[in-house]
Design a protein around this ligand. Sequence first.
Ligand SMILES: Cc1ncc(COP(=O)(O)O)c(C=O)c1O
Length: 418
Amino acid sequence: MIPRALRQLAGDSASGAPVVVEGGSPGHVRVESTDLINMASNDYLGLARHPRVVAAAGDAIRRWGLGTASTRPLSGTTGLHRRLEQRLADWSGTDDAVLFGSCWTANAAVFEMLAELSNRVGATLAVFSDQLNHASIIDAIRAQRATLSHLSRYERGSEASLRDGLAGQPATAVKVIVTDGVFSMEGDQADLATLVKLADEHDALLVVDDSHGLGVVGTTGRGTAEAQGVLCSVDVVTGTLGKALGGASGGFVATTSDLSAWLRTGSRPFVFSNNPSVPVVAGALAALDILSDDSEPLATLRSRTDQLRRGVAGLGLPSVSGDHPIVPVIIGDDDAAREVSRSLRRLGVFATALTFPIVARGAARLRLQASAAHTVEDIDRVLDALDRACAQRGMLPARARNSAPADASSRFDDGSGS
Ligand SMILES: Cc1ncc(COP(=O)(O)O)c(C=O)c1O
């Protein structure tokens, strides 16, 4: 029986239930029998429905079934899982990689490992975390509160204070800098080149969650480290298979052979939880193959991104500059952002409003995400709908709010989005 005190809360939450998607075609979703251009998906390269990805997943399921029905240490692993780990390591510029059920658990495993190893050698653990990091990193750090000797949340652009913070730690401390590669609410990049340098100077470990960067940024889509010329210089890369690399589920940690070996034997989320299923793994392998031998999806994504970014700027709507397919349109007020989202839906565009606590108060926004699955006409229609929705609601660009989060620190306290 649910205690009375919790019943009201459960009822309140019901109104935030996800929209039911009835199907769709590449770049589109069907909701309440209406076809909508999908601007709310992380399927950046349009591979979730790519024939090669779907065929690979189908072949794998016929050969192996859905999975081994247990964890890998107990039931053994398929060769597909090992192959994907090797491909992801190669992709990330590391020695090895370890798959997890999600990137959320991959991040949890990294901080569990760092706390455990620090405890074993009797060292303190000092963590320096970008204040706009993803919720999974925030929670992964929180879970190790008992071991942490120091935690600071640095602001981007404040390298001097980060340098001072690192220098202020005892030489024996295990120091860790952790950041998103691409920030999920803004689409901008961490300054990895500077962080690599700081980590080197201060004997710190650099952890980068590149969930939104992998397959998307860098000349060949290998992520933020490639984009900034520091591939092979990041100690630990984490990422998801649930965005550009097939869009299903699953995550990984790419790192040194030693730390990978530790994760395979010592990590509770690896030892006690099932890995991504066989078709998902086969689909991700096919997605990596496509990225290696077909330049078309990445080129198309870049062209659609450019079209969307130029269009949003042309409408005079406040956004965050950059070249990532995440194009935020900053509205400011939560209710206003929801209203614009509803208007867009009536005009045939699916774009979710991101409001507090996903973003800071006063920084509500629509997060538009371009995909290689969109056509030029799709993006034109989105821009036209955006223009009309903002005009209908009387939200002329001049009245929109500044793009800087009003209280960015609340992102850390309340968790950030996806
Ligand atoms: C930066 C970042 N890290 C981690 C995650 C979690 O990924 P997963 O869905 O694989 O748990 C996300 C997804 O929303 C993300 O954007």
